[in-house]
Design a protein around this ligand. Structure first.
Ligand SMILES: *Cc1c(COP(=O)(O)O)cnc(C)c1O
Length: 398
């Protein structure tokens, strides 16, 4: 198959007056998404009604889609289960990992982890009530904290705020040396950086598909489980879709002998279809090329911003080898600046306490977009446009 050359903007539907540097938070729709959703509603659901589960093969969507995700993260076929949300998949992975090390009490994460990951862990620890402890050292100190007390190393690979990337290989190796289980959250890695999950030997990985994979708001999440351990795990949240034979309606839970045991309930059909469309483009992309373009555009962005806006401080690692596919700067009035940028046609986002975050997504960004973004940012900062009172008002979603 021919590889798609980058950028491939024409495949996406993005308002032409915008520079969209927020694809790390919510990717844009592929062209044809609206027509596809309408087709599913009108022609499949609307005409076939409940028969569509069979006639349109809706029930196998989670398997088909999981196998489309696999090559993007270096995982073998049938090692991923798709569905639910990332928070739920993290819960399932952590519950399984804790059970795998019954004599250890430490769950090791880091202080840069995304809040939901930490809330899920603490909530689970409280529920289990067996003296587990969640440890959250600074990201730089994780490696030194991997000791024989640790049951699970539970980390987000690329920091959602700074874009700092953990050394997955070194951390996984050290964890395994001391007998700990690893879970990698790939929210900001899948579709952003090349991954070799199978090679890494990690037991678990989880991720979402609405960020760099462009699956749309509410798109299904996924969990990877190392194939040799799948059937030894009783998944937390034992749902009927993980049963060997869901429609036998048996009173006893008997999980299927595959990663599909991590399925829980009825799949979100329309979302799966939209994700499937978005994943098509990845079949013809070379992840190494995506990374090369991401590094190039990120460097250009950093150079442009640092020369035009000296008041901003780079909070992402300067070394591209230690950075995912986003660039963050701190600035005292970051929130207002992000609001003002939006009115000027540049979409980035704000993260507490004072971080401006910009996603560098090479599928639909080129050098011209990066330069334009830098010009807009320079203007908003130097004109102090951000001082207008309307830009101080906090919105529900930032
Ligand atoms: C985006 C993100 C989430 C979001 O979880 P949802 O269940 O999809 O809301 C969780 N963890 C990390 C690290 C993220 O970046």
């Amino acid at each position: 198959m021919n590889t798609t050359s980058l950028p491939c903007k024409e495949l996406f539907s993005i308002p032409s007056h915008l520079v969209y540097l927020d694809g790390n938070s919510l990717g844009p729709p592929l062209r044809g998404s609206a027509e596809l959703a309408a087709h599913v509603v009108n022609e499949e659901w609307g005409r076939e009604l409940i028969n569509a589960w069979n006639t349109e093969d809706w029930m196998s969507l989670p398997v088909t889609v999981a196998n489309q995700i696999a090559p993007i993260i270096g995982a073998p076929q049938d090692s991923i289960s798709a569905g639910d949300t990332l928070s739920i998949k993290a819960y399932q992975a952590l519950a399984a990992a804790i059970q795998m090390r019954p004599n250890r009490q430490i769950v090791l994460s880091d202080s840069g982890n995304f809040p939901t990951d930490l809330y899920i862990a603490q909530g689970l620890i409280d529920l289990i009530d067996k003296s587990h402890k969640l440890r959250t050292p600074p990201p730089e100190e994780v490696l030194d904290n991997i000791t024989e007390e640790v049951a699970v190393v539970y980390l987000t690979h690329v920091d959602y705020r700074t874009g700092r990337m953990h050394d997955m290989k070194a951390i996984t190796e050290k964890a395994h040396q001391v007998g700990a289980v690893t879970i990698w959250d790939l929210a900001h890695s899948v579709g952003a950086v090349p991954l070799e999950l199978q090679e890494s030997q990690t037991e678990f990985a989880v991720g979402c598909t609405y960020k760099y994979l462009n699956g749309g708001p509410g798109a299904p999440a996924f969990i990877y489980v190392r194939p040799d351990i799948v059937t030894s795990i009783d998944p937390a949240i034992a749902g009927w879709m993980g049963h060997k034979s869901p429609f036998a309606m048996s009173l006893k839970y008997d999980p299927v002998h595959s990663v599909e045991r991590f399925r829980i309930g009825t799949p979100s059909v329309v979302q799966f279809k939209l994700l499937q469309l978005a994943l098509k483009v990845w079949q013809t992309l070379d992840m190494k090329e995506v990374r090369k373009r991401s590094v190039h555009l990120s460097k250009l962005f950093i150079d442009e911003i640092e020369s035009r806006c000296p008041a901003l401080t780079l909070t992402s690692p300067r070394s591209s080898a230690m950075r995912g596919s986003q660039v963050s700067f701190s600035y005292a009035n970051a929130y207002s600046v992000i609001q003002a940028l939006s009115d000027q046609g540049l979409i980035g986002d704000f993260r507490e306490p004072n971080i401006m975050r910009f996603g560098i997504t090479p599928l639909y960004l080129d050098e011209g977009d990066i330069t334009r973004a830098a010009q807009i940012l320079e203007q908003v900062v130097s004109d102090e446009t951000w001082r207008r009172p309307q830009y101080e008002v906090r919105k529900t979603v930032t």
